[in-house]
Write a protein that binds this ligand. Structure first.
Ligand code: PLP
Length: 435
């Protein structure tokens, strides 16, 4: 699953004690395992090898340049959803012709940037967007290629905020409308509309929703081909699970075994956009206990990790396993699930210092006693953690550290208070002195 393990009562990332990183870099700090990133990428690549997919790692899940560079070196391409993410991909020398650009609201500037940098596919979400890309491609005299995002109306059986493939969500166009879009835009345009894109949600811990959505996509492609449209690629998006509690995410092989038979004889370039399944288990966020307290019946562990470093619990009550880095009793957890009520554990909420009741990273958890200054780790924080960090309460963003075997290196510096105010300090002189 990952390379974060307890050895003799101490948490290690690969061969490095996490305490050493915290002592050197301070807390809170994101810690990533290079080997875990590469293991998960390789498993997906090997599982789908029969179809030689283009694997476009979803930059939104963890966007640090060093991580992107590592993934590029082992054959990954990229899924971007903004000009900023495209900049990151270009910055590390990605092959832009293999990049997919998704998102419901691409601006003109982003479309120009993407066409000029020669991206592989726009994942187009509406007729207006397609019209706009067509217009800009014509003005620039540079043809573009697009996949139409189709909303297959399949329930991915995940949180409602991360469900994207139901018809009531804002994503894509329904199957009937897709035919109309092809009739209008499918031929003789500056944009070659030659692919279909679907992404049903995240995390999708079952294979059945993929079977349903891929089958619908193939039916649509067959009927479009019958009508004379040339469809060369199918992008089935991301959404493969990560393990937060145990082994709830099916292995890459299980997704592949369900999906490959549907696509084997269709003659399409398969594109995948995995994010969480590569990055989720590859990171933790390490913090220190600032105080402990009781209030009423409740015990609180107040840590320096807050919703500004790990928003998912506040945003969708997401579960992250939390445990001391060096548990005092040497008591290492038998698993990462919720059920850890024992003689040596106490029920508590792990919260941060931010002024919101929603600022918690773990609620009602059985944990060993933790004292001021002790280190804690929130696991499976490689995906949608550092990328969702905010400056709320003027908190500088935490650093990121990459572990490679016996060594570790900083891959993003901790922000300083000066970093927080610099962009505003230079504007102070713009104030009207008379107020
Ligand atoms: C279009 C699209 N592709 C890929 C992804 C990546 O999903 P995941 O990280 O679950 O693989 C997302 C996530 O929101 C997405 O919206």
């Amino acid at each position: 699953m990952d390379h974060f393990n307890y050895r003799d009562g101490q948490l290690f990332c690969e061969n490095v004690p996490v305490e050493r990183i915290a002592d050197e870099c301070g807390t809170p700090t994101y810690v990533y395992s290079r080997q875990t990133f590469t293991d998960h990428f390789t498993r997906i690549r090997d599982a789908f090898a029969e179809l030689s997919p283009i694997i476009c790692y979803s930059i939104k899940s963890c966007h640090n340049l060093s991580i992107l560079k590592i993934l590029k070196e082992i054959g990954s391409s990229f899924d971007v959803v903004s000009g900023g993410e495209l900049k990151r991909a270009i910055e590390i020398g990605a092959d832009t012709s293999q990049i997919v650009f998704a998102g419901v609201g691409k601006t003109d500037d982003e479309i120009i940037q993407a066409i000029n940098s020669g991206i592989g596919w726009f994942n187009v979400e509406s007729e207006q967007e397609l019209e706009q890309i067509d217009r800009i491609a014509g003005q620039l005299g540079k043809p573009a290629t697009a996949a139409l995002r189709v909303n297959p109306d399949v329930d991915p059986q995940t949180h409602r905020y991360t469900t994207t493939g139901r018809k009531e969500t804002k994503f894509g166009v329904d199957v009937e409308r897709a035919r109309r879009v092809f009739n209008e835009f499918g031929k003789n345009r500056h944009v070659a509309l030659t692919a279909i894109h679907i992404h049903i949600g995240s995390p999708v811990n079952k294979v059945e929703p993929y079977i349903a959505s891929t089958t619908k996509a193939v039916e649509l492609i067959r009927s479009l081909r019958k009508d004379g449209f040339e469809i060369t690629a199918l992008n089935i998006g991301g959404g493969f699970g990560a393990n937060y509690e145990g082994s709830e995410a099916p292995p890459a092989k299980a997704y592949a075994e369900a999906i490959i038979p549907i696509l084997r004889d269709v003659g399409l370039q398969l594109i995948l956009e995995p994010g969480r399944s590569i990055s989720g288990n590859a990171g933790i966020v390490v913090g220190r206990c600032i105080y402990t307290k009781s209030s009423g019946d409740k015990q609180f562990l107040i840590s320096d990790v807050s919703m500004t470093e790990l928003l998912r619990p506040a945003l969708y009550e997401a579960y992250h396993f939390v445990w001391p880095v060096n548990p005092e009793t040497g008591f290492v957890p038998p698993h990462r699930g919720r059920d850890l009520k024992m003689d040596s554990t106490v029920l508590m909420d792990v919260v941060g210092p931010v002024c919101e009741s929603g600022d918690f990273i773990a609620k009602d958890r059985w944990l060993p006693l933790v004292a001021r200054g002790d280190l804690i780790a929130a696991f499976t924080a490689g995906a949608y953690a550092s990328v969702m960090a905010s400056h709320y309460n003027s908190r500088p963003q935490a650093p990121e550290v990459l572990v490679e075997g016996d060594t570790f290196r900083l891959i993003r510096k901790r922000e300083t208070y000066d970093d927080l105010v610099n962009a505003e300090r230079s504007c102070l002189s713009n104030l009207n002195p008379s107020g």
